[in-house]
Design a protein around this ligand. Structure first.
Ligand SMILES: Cc1cc2nc3c(=O)[nH]c(=O)nc-3n(C[C@H](O)[C@H](O)[C@H](O)COP(=O)(O)OP(=O)(O)OC[C@H]3O[C@@H](n4cnc5c(N)ncnc54)[C@H](O)[C@@H]3O)c2cc1C
Length: 453
């Protein structure tokens, strides 16, 4: 691409979606500036995916390093965008880039909405995942789980957290609380291998017998459902603890029960039945309640975006253009949209979990990023690059604002210092296989010392 058509693009968020957008646009010859909240790049690939998935994480890391080495990619880690943060959304928009893509993931927590959810021992899944992946702000805080942990949810995140509780925390018992039945479980059968050696198979069989009439009411045979569930407990990873894992099916938590010190002592649960809904089923509360004792409750029911960032927001999502018009009608999916003015926010795009919270695995986020880059490219083709500032002007402006805001951005050189220091700790790993600094301050200090040497 000739310099005439080269634009400056700002990407906010360096997770799998953002890195895919950056990669496409950098390859197309644009100057790409990446602003990322975390010092390290990767988003949930660094701080979400289970630490022992070394192959997946290693492969992504390699790709991301290669991208950041490109001369037309400029990385600023430890720079948050949002109200009261290093930069506001308006600051970013006013830097003079031709387009801004927000790929900041889904950082909000879905309202739990049951009484007592502020009790000690109640956690949101993402915080727990951030904790065992050592994200600064979470890695160095205690997460006291007690002996018996209830996890609300039946997806892969529930399995990942069980994995940590069973293999590393070695708690006595983990129970997955599932609104519907075994047939409606959402996790990937391959993922259950990480924990299936610890399954309380007798307890699970009893649980399925307990709900057999309610399964029969929607045409599900209890023995078949049980077989399908337990047949997946094969190729289990070796057992390393005595933790027992089980399920509570057709159950919805209604209230967190606490002791005199506001610490979790259990859940008030409502029994559900299943009603058919087309090919699928829905859970319907039966208004029959019982107590379920446990020491900690983790809600693994999905995420929503962070409404405090300052992008147009509605019902857990950033708002995208509802009007499918223009060159390609699907472009609207990626355009930020202001409902108060009824107009798109010119030059502002969304990708990945920022566009659709909790949607799919890394491959899906990457595809979303690739698609968003195509949309941005179509937008750029309608602009002359001369009407916008060049990379040096934008970068100078960015650096001076960050300086004025007393921010501590981390560049590629800083990341290299950090990487080599963390690698030199190998052997002295924390709980899951690799050494990570879990405080921003420690990382900044050693980066600054390393750069000075
Ligand atoms: C517990 C868990 C386990 C998973 N395991 C797997 C797995 O095994 N395999 C798999 O393929 N997928 C897995 N996934 C899914 C995968 O992680 C996601 O699909 C993917 O990370 C989403 O990418 P993203 O770029 O949209 O968001 P994220 O990965 O969340 O990245 C967001 C980025 O934005 C930055 N950011 C956030 N807020 C701001 C802000 N205000 N300003 C500036 N920057 C900001 C963050 O620092 C981060 O770098 C898992 C997800 C979870 C939650």
């Amino acid at each position: 691409m000739s310099a005439m058509n080269s634009h400056v693009i700002i990407l906010v968020g360096a997770g799998p979606a953002g890195m895919a957008v950056a990669s496409s646009l950098a390859k197309a010859g644009h100057e790409v500036i990446i602003l990322n909240r975390d010092i390290k790049f990767g988003g949930l690939a660094e701080y979400g995916i289970f630490p022992s998935k070394l192959k997946l994480r290693g492969g992504l890391k390699k790709q991301y390093w290669e991208l950041l080495e490109r001369p037309n990619v400029h990385y600023f880690g430890n720079v948050s965008t949002g109200n009261g943060k290093d930069l506001t959304v308006e600051d970013v928009r006013n830097l003079g880039a031709s387009a801004v893509v927000f790929s900041i993931g889904a950082q909000g927590t879905k309202a739990i909405g049951v009484e007592g959810d502020s009790a000690q021992g109640v956690f949101h899944a993402k915080d727990v995942v951030y904790h065992f992946n050592r994200l600064p702000g979470f890695g160095d805080r205690p997460f006291d789980m007690g002996k018996h942990v209830a996890i609300i949810g039946a997806g892969d995140v529930m399995v990942d957290i069980s994995h940590w509780l069973i293999r590393y925390k070695k708690v006595e018992r983990v129970t997955a609380i599932v609104r519907r039945g075994p047939a409606e479980r959402k996790y990937n059968p391959k993922e259950i291998r990480a924990v299936c050696a610890n399954m309380d198979v007798d307890g699970i069989a009893k649980e399925v017998v307990r709900i057999k009439d309610r399964l029969a009411a929607v045409g599900q045979k209890a023995d078949e459902v049980l077989k399908a569930l337990t047949d997946e407990f094969t190729k289990c990873e070796p057992k390393v603890s005595d933790t027992k894992m089980g399920f509570k099916f057709l159950a919805s938590p209604k209230r967190i029960l606490v002791d005199g010190s506001n610490r979790v002592r259990g859940l008030e649960m409502e029994d559900n039945k299943l009603d058919p809904k087309g090919e699928d089923t829905v859970a319907v509360g039966l208004k029959q309640y019982y107590e379920f004792p446990c020491d900690a409750v983790i809600f693994a029911v999905g995420d929503k975006v962070d409404e405090t960032v300052g992008l147009p927001y509605k019902s857990g999502m950033f708002v995208t253009n509802p009007n499918k018009t223009g060159n390609d009608p699907d472009d609207a999916f990626f355009q930020a949209y202001d409902e108060t003015t009824g107009k798109i926010v010119d030059g502002v795009f969304l990708a990945g979990w920022a566009r659709k919270a909790s949607e799919g695995l890394v491959g899906i986020a990457k595809r979303d990023g690739d698609w968003c880059a195509e949309v941005v490219n179509r937008y750029l083709a309608t602009k002359t690059s001369g009407s916008h500032s060049g990379a040096k002007v934008v970068l100078d402006k960015l650096v001076s604002i960050l300086k004025a805001h007393k921010s501590h951005p981390v560049d590629l050189r800083g990341l290299r210092v950090l990487e080599s220091r963390e690698k030199s700790h190998q052997g002295a790993t924390d709980c899951i296989g690799e050494f990570k600094y879990a405080s921003n301050q420690d990382m900044i200090e050693l980066i600054e010392r390393g750069k000075a040497q």
